[in-house]
Design a protein around this ligand. Structure first.
Ligand code: C2O
Ligand code: CU
Length: 489
C-alpha cells in the first residue's frame, strides 16, 4: 500500500502550489521507479534518471490509433467471457524513447470492451503489476462486488473475475483502476480503456458504425527530457496532450460521417474543444443518447465526462485538414484522404429522456480540501474524508433524490468534478440557472467550478450495497475526497 504520510505530503504540495504557486518537483519520480519495488516505500524522493536528448515530435506526424477491441475468449451460457491482463508495457510518447506504463492488455489505451445490452459479460483481469489494482466500469450499473470498490483490490499476482450484467442502455462508458489511494497514479500510468454498451434501438437509428465509430480518449501527461512519463504531485507540468495515447496525432478520415466518442481521461483538466469553426453534432453524453441531436461549435469536457459527436466530412475536399483544438492548443488533426459510401444518418429524434419522478429526499454534497493541517491537506466531502467503514448516505432502493453538489474550494480556486457510481443522474440546474449544454442528458459526471452548486436528480433502481461517489480529479479522491452510500432494500 502507498504510505499514507507520503500521500498527505504529496497532497500538501498540491494544495500548497494552488495557494502559493510553488511547484516542488522533488517527489516527482521516473516511471521505472514508480513501477519498481521501492516506489511505495515512503522515502519520498527518487532521483531522476540522467537526461539524454530525445527527438522532439512534430505535431500531427503520428497517426492516432484506434484501440483494438477485446475479443471474447468464449461464450458461456449466453455471456461473453474476456481475459485481460493488467500488465506493464513500454510505449513511446516520443518516438525512440520508450517509457514504462501500466496497461490493460499491453496497450496504453486498453482494449475496448464492446458489449450488447441484455448480454452479460464476465471479464477476468489478472494483475501482473507489482502494485495493487482493480477495475471500475465508470457509468456501469454493476453489482458491488464487480464495481471495483476502492478497498476491494486485485493484489499483484492475483486475478479476479468481474460480472457485468449490461442491463443498461447503449452508452460510452470506460473502465479504469480504482484501488484506494492508488487510483490517481494507476490511471495516470495507463490503466484506462473504453467500455461501450450498444443496444438494438440505437443500432436501428442508422448512426455511423464499425470503422466509422471511433472512441477517442483525450488526456494530458508530463514527459521528462527523456520522453519518460512522469507522475508529479502537481498537475502543472502535464502540458502534453494525448489522443488515444499519441501526442497530437493525425487521423485519416473518409469524406463522410463519423461518430467520435470523446472521453476526457485526464486526472484533472477540462478540455474545451472546437473544430476551427466547423460544426459538431452532439448525439450523446455520459449515459447515452440525447433526445435529439444538438449542433455545437464547442464541447466542454471535464475529467471523466464523455460526449459523442457526429462529424460530417462529406463537404470537405480530399486533402482537407481539420484541426481539433483545445484552448491549450491543437489536439488532433483529421485528414480527409478518400471518398467512401455513407448510408449512415443522424435522425432528428434519438431517444427520449424518461420523465423525472418526484424526489422525496434532498441531500447536500460539498467537496473541498480541509487545510487545517496546511502541510497535509485532506480531501473531504461534507467535512469528512472517505472511510470505507462509514456509510455517509443510506438510500432506499426505488427512491428518487435531489443532490445539491457544491464546490466549496473558493479560496483555493480549485475545480472539481463530481461522479456518482451505479446510476446516471440528470442536471436540474447550475447555480439556480438552467444547466449548461454540456450538462444535457443522462450524466454520471459533472464539472463543478469553485463556488458552484449543481442540483442533480437521480433514482436508485439498481443493485443493493455500498458504492462511492467522489471528485473525479483522481488526485483529489486519492486524498480522501470521496463518500460512500449504501443502497438498502
Ligand atoms: Cu471513474 Cu469512481 O470512477
Ligand atoms: Cu476535486
Amino acid at each position: 500500500m502507498l504510505d499514507r504520510r507520503r500521500l498527505l505530503k504529496l497532497g500538501g504540495i498540491t494544495a500548497g502550489s494552488a495557494v502559493g504557486g510553488a511547484v516542488l518537483l522533488s517527489t516527482a519520480h521516473n516511471p521505472a521507479a514508480a513501477t519498481g519495488p521501492t516506489a511505495h516505500s515512503g522515502h519520498g524522493y527518487t532521483p531522476v534518471a540522467e537526461t539524454r536528448s530525445v527527438p522532439s515530435s512534430t505535431p500531427f506526424s503520428r497517426r492516432m490509433p484506434v484501440p483494438r477491441e477485446a475479443v471474447p475468449s468464449r461464450t458461456r451460457s449466453g455471456a461473453d467471457v474476456f481475459q485481460i491482463p493488467i500488465q506493464p508495457a513500454d510505449v513511446e510518447f516520443v518516438p525512440g524513447a520508450p517509457t514504462r506504463v501500466r496497461t490493460f492488455g499491453g496497450q496504453f489505451v486498453g482494449p475496448t470492451i464492446r458489449v450488447r445490452t441484455g448480454r452479460p459479460a464476465r471479464v477476468t483481469f489478472s494483475n501482473k503489476l507489482d502494485v495493487a489494482a482493480n477495475v471500475h466500469v465508470h457509468g456501469g450499473h454493476n453489482p458491488q462486488r464487480s464495481d471495483g470498490y476502492p478497498t476491494d483490490v486485485i493484489e499483484p499476482g492475483a486475478s479476479r473475475a468481474y460480472d457485468y450484467p449490461n442491463r443498461q442502455q447503449g452508452a460510452t462508458l470506460w473502465y479504469h483502476d480504482h484501488a484506494h489511494h492508488l487510483e490517481a497514479e494507476n490511471v495516470y500510468f495507463g490503466l484506462h480503456g473504453f467500455y461501450i454498451v450498444e443496444d438494438d434501438a440505437e443500432r436501428g437509428l442508422g448512426l455511423p458504425t464499425g470503422e466509422y465509430d471511433v472512441p477517442v480518449m483525450l488526456r494530458d501527461c508530463q514527459l521528462d527530457a527523456n520522453g519518460g512519463l512522469v507522475y508529479a504531485p502537481v498537475p502543472t507540468g502535464r502540458t502534453t496532450i494525448l489522443a488515444n495515447g499519441v501526442v497530437t496525432p493525425h487521423f485519416p478520415v473518409a469524406a463522410r460521417k463519423y461518430r467520435f466518442r470523446f472521453l476526457n481521461g485526464a486526472l484533472e483538466r477540462t478540455f474545451r474543444l472546437t473544430l476551427g469553426g466547423a460544426e459538431l453534432t452532439q448525439i450523446a453524453s455520459d449515459g447515452g443518447l440525447l433526445p435529439a441531436p444538438v449542433r455545437r461549435s464547442e464541447i466542454v469536457l471535464g475529467s471523466a465526462e464523455r460526449t459523442d459527436v457526429v462529424i460530417d466530412f462529406a463537404n470537405q475536399p480530399i486533402g482537407a485538414q481539420l484541426v481539433l483544438y483545445d484552448v491549450s492548443g491543437p489536439v488532433l488533426r483529421f485528414d480527409v484522404t478518400r471518398h467512401a459510401a455513407d448510408r449512415s444518418r443522424v435522425p432528428a429524434q434519438l431517444r427520449p429522456l424518461p420523465a423525472l419522478p418526484p424526489a422525496t429526499v434532498e441531500r447536500d454534497v460539498a467537496m473541498k480540501f480541509d487545510l487545517s493541517n496546511p502541510t497535509a491537506p485532506v480531501g473531504v466531502v461534507n467535512g469528512r474524508a472517505y472511510d470505507p467503514n462509514r456509510v455517509d448516505f443510506q438510500i432506499r432502493r426505488g427512491t428518487t433524490e435531489i443532490w445539491r453538489i457544491r464546490n466549496d474550494d473558493t479560496m483555493l480556486g480549485l475545480p472539481h468534478t463530481f461522479h456518482l457510481h451505479l446510476e446516471q443522474f440528470r442536471v436540474l440546474d447550475r447555480n439556480g440557472a438552467p444547466p449548461n449544454p454540456d450538462d444535457a442528458g443522462r450524466k454520471d459526471t459533472i464539472f463543478v467550478a469553485p463556488g458552484e452548486t449543481v442540483r442533480v436528480q437521480v433514482t436508485f433502481t439498481d443493485h443493493l450495497g455500498k458504492y462511492v461517489y467522489h471528485c473525479h480529479y483522481l488526485d483529489h479522491s486519492a486524498l480522501g475526497m470521496m463518500g460512500q452510500m449504501e443502497i438498502v432494500a
